[in-house]
Design a protein around this ligand. Sequence first.
Ligand SMILES: Cc1cc2nc3c(=O)[nH]c(=O)nc-3n(C[C@H](O)[C@H](O)[C@H](O)COP(=O)(O)OP(=O)(O)OC[C@H]3O[C@@H](n4cnc5c(N)ncnc54)[C@H](O)[C@@H]3O)c2cc1C
Length: 402
Amino acid sequence: MSRVNGNSAVEVAVVGGGPAGVVSAIAFAAAGAETLLIAPTPEDDHRTTALLAGSVTALETLGVWTACRANAAPLKAIRIIDDTRRLIRAPEVTFAAAEIGLDAFGYNIENRHLLAALYARAAELKLARIDAPALAVASDSLGVAIRLADGEVRARLAVGADGQRSLCRAAAGIGTRRRSYPQTALTLNLAHARPHEDISNEFHGESGPFTLVPLPGRRSSLVCVLDPLSATELSQQSDAELAEEIERRAHSLLGKMSAEPGRGLFPLAVETAQSFARARIALVGEAAHVVPPIGAQGLNLGLRDAATLAELVADARRQNLDIGAPELLARYDRARRADALSRRIAIDLFNRSLLTDFIAVQGVRGLSLFLVDRVGPLRRALMREGVAPAASQPRLMRGEMV
Ligand SMILES: Cc1cc2nc3c(=O)[nH]c(=O)nc-3n(C[C@H](O)[C@H](O)[C@H](O)COP(=O)(O)OP(=O)(O)OC[C@H]3O[C@@H](n4cnc5c(N)ncnc54)[C@H](O)[C@@H]3O)c2cc1C
């Protein structure tokens, strides 16, 4: 990756080097735009990401996936088990990717491997990068000025991929709507005695889902959603105690377990930016929307943001139009809002249906899963929409270059 000092001008400056930012930068470079990635090296992250089929296709198209493949496990089926002790319990339902003609719904990969593959591809493309944070961002009618420790960079368009506490979002004057849930996700990776057979197992308990997602070999990643106190207490147990407790909660489905180093606690919240773009600044990933880690939607939404924005920029460049013009930003906002909103609503409804003690809601949840289990076309439509939203498939997700 070529290194750049301050005091230069580029077409697109991407601020933030998490997965959404690096994918955006690679996609803009693929679109032929002169791109600068302003990205301090990301912190170690033991979490994993289930990338759905469209995201995998986009990474293939951008030349990233070959470096991910050996470290990723296919998700050939998803099994949902009602683990509540309530009066009305939902039937166990298994969704198989083969039913909708796919080898896998997607692939699960450790974030460190995903980021390593993304940075390696960026280096291969000689993408310009500044390994330092943006200190201030300000836009005017002609461009955006980004202040760095050693100078200033100007860009026609700035892409805010700088996460939940986005400096770019604040600079654009975009507010958010945020709601916290009374839940925290405990994350860690585990080795286990029995094979997972490429099946992701979701146990739905009274305080949230407990999901074991396959990793290559006899390993899985866990996202266990609990009330904050229980999650903290569980995270403080010794490796042996924790592994035993997780095996108990998983009903020994994967046999004896051992905990790998690295645990995380993530309070659950939903947050959406009031606009996805304004004043020559476009937001992607968690700068635009945060959803709880339920149903593997967060980064998949972020990659659809990146692919959509890169496509709009590529089209504008072909027509010699301004890539930071208000019309382009308004189109981006319209294109992404419905997708992000529909995912947020679905996750919120599902999560609340688990938390509620209201028997009628439990009944509706049980009936819905019963119908999904029994009615083939409904199940297949749900699976297709979960993997690839019909209304939001940018070119990269269809295997076409931006
Ligand atoms: C427990 C858990 C499990 C999850 N599982 C899944 C899953 O299975 N599938 C899925 O699709 N999603 C999942 N997600 C969501 C996913 O992890 C996030 O959507 C994703 O990490 C967000 O990526 P991002 O690049 O937008 O933000 P981040 O990863 O937060 O990156 C933002 C980057 O911006 C940088 N930055 C911040 N300020 C500045 C600045 N001023 N200048 C320069 N850089 C800056 C930061 O250093 C950081 O590197 C999960 C989330 C959690 C919490």
